[in-house]
Design a protein around this ligand. Structure first.
Ligand SMILES: [Zn+2]
Ligand SMILES: [Zn+2]
Length: 445
């Protein structure tokens, strides 16, 4: 069976057919992974796995009055008592047990299913309450469907909702709305939408599109509600970044520290003209747009003795060797540390940038070295690391977008600054125009 699903766009319908060959994934009904909502202005439906990183064996699911059906994995309706608004689900082997009452007796009598799906009957988005007692997790999610199945011995919860609704909740989780003005949030909305559409296949092997963590985009349902973010998503509805007629790789990060980076310098991936180094200020010598970020400048230090110990553990330093100097040896075109030169009382040694950073992380703490954009100073018997920025520095600098918005730039100008040569198109128009044809946007995955 092929691993790669067909991706066809016909008559305005996006149909991603997932072929699940992976053991343990059979629980989900994967026949249409990104179909359009009936109200196509909401975009295609996306499947998001909630609590992917947590293991749990029980969950309670609650929905508002009416408007919902419970179905098994074949789509057959599971009858339930009309007064019931909450069900109790738990894992039994590789099946889901569905009870309409709490307690052990009800659980024992519960019927078993490959998967249990909660479907909105009128195709509208409804709000469900999900409770996972093992993690004291209670949260409300919008969705047109919710599916619960057993994947690799764990209960898995999938929230199916229109892309535009998903973005309403992703935006405040990815970019604290209190710190950012509308134009910066609109730029983020376009970037988040583009990223999502470009990465619909990220978890395809397991029958969903995105997880809810930073591996994809952080999504916490209705825990993060911001009217300003909702406005940003609605006012940019369908807008995506396009390069040469295809969806762009819309990367973003918190703070670049002065300039962004070439994608190939950071991940060794194929160069992209629009993911190149961009000076993040309007004129040389002026403060970067992201200067107001709490991560614009940072400092971490430790004793040289700790560094010596760490190097010895890696066999990079002899027992009687003493460090005399540590300096940045080489910067790449993106201004990031490529290698570090260590001078001891006996010799000189070069250490590649990533290796030195992981060494530093070990001695000063993982969250203290925030980027690869730093200088090193020896002060007495201490090594000080003076850095700038937070994150990989590829694509849009979020705090820079904020600075630009405060200088009066529009979201289009912000995106043009960080993604040189890209255009902003309406994705839904692009798909519409390609009726009956394969849309090129996903072909180069
Ligand atoms: Zn993910
Ligand atoms: Zn910046």
């Amino acid at each position: 069976m092929p691993d790669i699903p067909a991706c066809r766009y016909t008559a305005g319908v996006v149909l991603i057919i997932l072929i699940l060959a992976v053991a343990g994934c059979k629980g989900f009904n994967n026949s249409s992974d990104a179909k359009w909502a009936k109200n196509s202005l909401d975009g295609p439906d996306v499947k998001v796995r909630i609590l992917r990183k947590k293991t749990f064996t029980r969950t309670n699911f609650e929905w508002p009055k009416g408007g919902i059906e419970i179905r098994d994995h074949q789509g057959h309706i599971i009858p339930w008592p009309p007064e019931v608004r909450r069900v109790y689900l738990h894992r039994r082997g590789d099946r889901v047990a569905l009870a309409f009452k709490p307690g052990k007796t009800a659980a024992k009598k519960a019927a078993l299913y490959t998967s249990v799906g909660f479907h909105s009957t009128d195709n509208q988005t409804s709000i469900a309450k999900i409770h996972v007692p093992e993690h004291r997790f209670r949260r409300q999610y919008e969705g047109r469907e919710f599916e619960i199945a057993v994947v690799k011995g764990r209960l898995a919860l999938i929230n199916v909702l229109p892309l535009e609704v998903y973005l309403l909740r992703v935006l405040p989780a990815e970019m604290a709305p209190n710190h950012f003005t509308l134009e910066a949030l609109k730029a983020q909305a376009v970037v988040a939408r583009t990223w999502a559409l470009k990465n619909l296949r990220r978890h395809q092997r397991y029958g969903y599109n995105f997880c809810d963590g930073p591996h994809c985009q952080v999504y916490q349902g209705r825990k993060t509600i911001s009217l300003r973010c909702e406005r940003a998503v609605k006012e940019t509805k369908g807008k995506v970044l396009v390069y040469q007629g295809r969806l762009a790789e819309a990367f973003y990060h918190s703070t670049c520290g002065g300039h962004t980076a070439f994608i190939e310098d950071v991940w060794g991936s194929r160069p992209q003209p629009y993911l190149a180094r961009v000076e993040d200020h309007w004129k040389s010598g002026y403060r970067p747009y992201c200067a107001r970020s709490p991560y614009a400048r940072w400092k971490a230090w430790r004793s040289l003795r700790r560094l010596e110990q760490a190097l010895r553990r890696k066999n990079n330093l002899g027992r009687k060797e003493r460090i005399e100097q540590v300096e940045v040896d080489f910067l790449d075109r993106s201004g990031h540390v490529k290698s570090v030169l260590i001078t001891t009382n006996r010799r000189q040694r070069r250490i590649p940038g990533p290796e030195f950073r992981s060494l530093l992380n070990r001695i000063v703490g993982r969250r203290r070295i925030l980027s690869n954009f730093y200088e090193i100073k020896i002060q007495g018997n201490k090594i000080a690391v003076l850095g700038r920025g937070l994150g990989h520095a590829v694509g849009m600098c979020q705090w820079g977008a904020r600075g630009m918005a405060q200088h009066g730039f529009t979201y289009q100008e912000i995106l043009d600054h960080y993604f040189t040569g890209t255009k902003i198109n309406n994705y839904y128009d692009m798909v519409g125009k390609s009726e009956g044809k394969t849309v090129p946007v996903e072909k180069n995955h």
